[in-house]
Ligand binder design. Structure first.
Ligand code: 5GP
Length: 189
């Protein structure tokens, strides 16, 4: 009998270091990361099909109408969504899949799938969050302001998640997450 893969959600503030930690989980522990679709413009260095599938609003809305997403949400003026096809395929093959998504979409997945493991990643402090977000240098001042504003709402949602992990260092946070997910391995079909 094939064991199904684990489905895990990782959410956290913009600038909390999610991307780096998820990258570490993929590289070191062999998790698959679901590639989302978004209407946001690519940042420098982002690659189509690697970081995101970049879509126009029109195309994204057509995908919504065709029911192609497990979940989708609007975040700071753009759509983000998890394409359904690849995720289920990987889980059925026994591959563990990470969804790096924001809180509204995460809530939809938690409501729909009782088998999902949910983790909220916290920065060590608000000052550190601001420092990382500004230091990243990829967003203009208005976008940073809106992302920090969104983090207030997101903080209120952190309690909905089964686990909260503080990101002191990439290695520590990735290791803690790996332990949480590994502990959830016993689930059956
Ligand atoms: P960013 O623009 O920084 O790449 O992502 C902004 C936010 O959207 C982050 O919190 C990220 O986790 C979230 N996000 C990325 N992909 C998805 C998705 O498919 N669905 C949802 N709901 N959120 C997503």
């Amino acid at each position: 009998m094939n064991k199904r893969g684990i489905l895990a959600i990782i959410s956290g503030f913009s600038g909390a270091g999610k991307g780096t930690i998820v990258g570490e989980l993929v590289k070191k522990y062999g998790y698959a990361l679901s590639i989302s679709a978004t209407t946001r413009s690519p940042r420098e260095g982002e690659v189509e099909g690697v970081n995101y599938f970049f879509k126009s609003r029109e195309t994204f809305e057509e995908m919504i109408d065709r029911g192609e997403f497990i979940e989708y949400a609007q975040y700071v003026g753009n759509y983000y969504g998890t394409p359904a096809d690849k995720v289920q395929e990987k889980l059925d093959l026994g591959i563990d899949v990470l969804l790096e998504i924001e809180v509204q979409g995460a809530k939809k997945v938690m409501d729909a799938r009782k088998d999902v493991i949910s983790i909220f990643l916290l920065p060590p402090s608000r000052e550190e969050l601001e420092r990382r977000l500004v230091g990243r240098g990829t967003e203009d001042a208005e976008t940073i302001r809106r992302r920090l504003e969104a983090s207030g709402y997101e903080m209120g949602m952190a309690g909905l998640y089964q686990h909260q992990v503080v990101n002191h260092t990439v290695e520590q946070a990735a290791e803690e997450i790996e332990k949480i997910l590994h502990a959830g391995c016993g689930q059956m079909d």
